[in-house]
Design a protein around this ligand. Structure first.
Ligand SMILES: Cc1ncc(COP(=O)(O)O)c(C=O)c1O
Length: 378
């Protein structure tokens, strides 16, 4: 029922039924903690999904990025390039390692890292004799970055690429799965993602040694000894068997979730695309987006409203929406960090809004949101 008083959330968890079955199995077997058979199964099934050889299930996507940087030996004084248009958790692990982020702006066509700006920054770095230890490329809102030129220029300079595919499970670039292209890749199973383990993440790579190191560091870097002995700094970053069982259940529904996200986006587009001043996140010909969130731009000069007024109009009707990510180069915590800018991400933040995109939304729910958007114009 489309009760107009019911709150519509941005992207809440959506269980398919298998999760409870698998969690019951966990309880029956008493494999509650720490690891267990569902962790192995979740790693294998997620790795197969993105076409990777190996995977380590972890407590969060942020932890996965942190371990990737640590395994690459990122240290104080190093630089790591990162998409500026992203969530905070893409960039904070750079600072955990004592290194400096350098932010790269987006291109208008995909909203992701601009390969030309990356190339310029790498060229200048090479000329100065200081190349980054890694480039973190984010696939935002379920859409891949333009990976061919990004991978090519990074390979030319010998810089490894970490794909932040936290939001992009189920998406593809020229037929290749998001998370299956860089030196290593990261997924998030945070509560708002396309599939969730209530909280969790994963580091994936084709290099077995990378994933072996990640698992070692994520379990407190415990040396092989009968007592507890540690020769290196470790972390408590592993995912529990209970959460992994939720993840295995959620993976069963991934294809349906992607289809539903895309259908929700299309329904919004059909309803709203003719409105002056309104536009949608583009999807380049090489992209298959999972449409994690349906993102619109509201040009206040033409739309008869602006992003914040629209957000408030939706909130007044008990509907959650959210501005697009505030770019990292505009975040106070990163003031003073170098950035290679072209103005795209700042404009996206100014004009962009994420509409509710939960896969359990009915068509009537989507219509309810779209009607409020239409009526919000002056
Ligand atoms: C693009 C991106 N990177 C990294 C993360 C961090 O993942 P987590 O919340 O699992 O730490 C998130 C989301 O939460 C994200 O959206």
């Amino acid at each position: 029922m489309n009760d107009p008083r019911t709150r519509i959330y941005l992207s809440p968890p959506h269980m398919c039924g298998k999760e409870a079955e698998f969690v019951s199995e966990v309880f029956a077997s008493n494999w509650i903690a720490p690891l267990g058979p569902f962790v192995d199964r979740f790693e294998q099934e997620a790795a197969a999904q993105v076409g990777r050889g190996h995977a380590a299930a972890l407590s969060s996507g942020t932890a996965a990025i942190h371990l990737a940087l640590r395994i690459l030996g990122v240290d104080a004084g190093d630089e790591v390039f990162c998409s500026t248009f992203t969530f905070y958790g893409s960039a904070t692990p750079i600072v955990y390692q004592g290194a400096k982020p350098v932010f790269i702006d987006s291109e208008a066509g995909s909203w992701n890292m601009d390969p030309n700006l990356l190339e310029e920054e790498l060229r200048q770095g090479a000329a100065r004799g200081k190349l980054p230890k890694a480039v973190i490329v984010v696939h935002l809102y379920g859409q891949c970055a333009d990976m061919d030129p990004i991978l090519a220029v990074c390979a030319r300079h010998g810089v490894p690429v970490i794909e932040d595919a936290a939001e992009a499970l189920g998406a593809a670039y020229k037929g290749r799965a998001a998370g299956g292209m860089g030196w290593a890749s990261v997924l998030s199973f945070n509560g708002n993602k396309i599939i969730t383990t209530s909280g969790g993440g994963m580091l994936l790579s084709d290099e077995e040694e990378v994933v072996r190191r990640a698992k070692f560091l994520a379990t407190q870097a415990r040396d092989p000894a009968p007592h507890y002995q540690h020769s290196q700094l470790g972390f408590n970053y592993r995912l529990s068997n209970v959460c992994a069982a939720i993840g295995v259940g959620q993976l069963c529904a991934l294809r349906q979730r992607v289809d539903r996200k895309r259908a929700i986006f299309e329904q919004y587009r059909r309803r709203l695309q003719g409105l002056p001043g309104f536009s949608f996140m583009p999807e380049p010909s090489w992209s298959f987006s999972n449409r994690w969130l349906s993102c619109i731009l509201v040009d206040p000069k033409q739309a008869g409203t602006d992003r914040e007024s629209l957000r408030q109009a939706l909130e007044a009707q008990n509907i959650e929406s959210r501005p697009l990510w505030k770019p990292m180069h505009l975040q106070p915590v990163f003031a003073g960090c170098r950035a290679r800018l072209g103005g795209v991400s700042a404009l996206l933040f100014e004009q962009g809004l994420c509409l509710p995109s939960g896969t359990a939304m009915t068509d009537a729910d989507v219509d309810r949101v779209a009607s409020i958007v239409e009526r919000s114009r002056r």
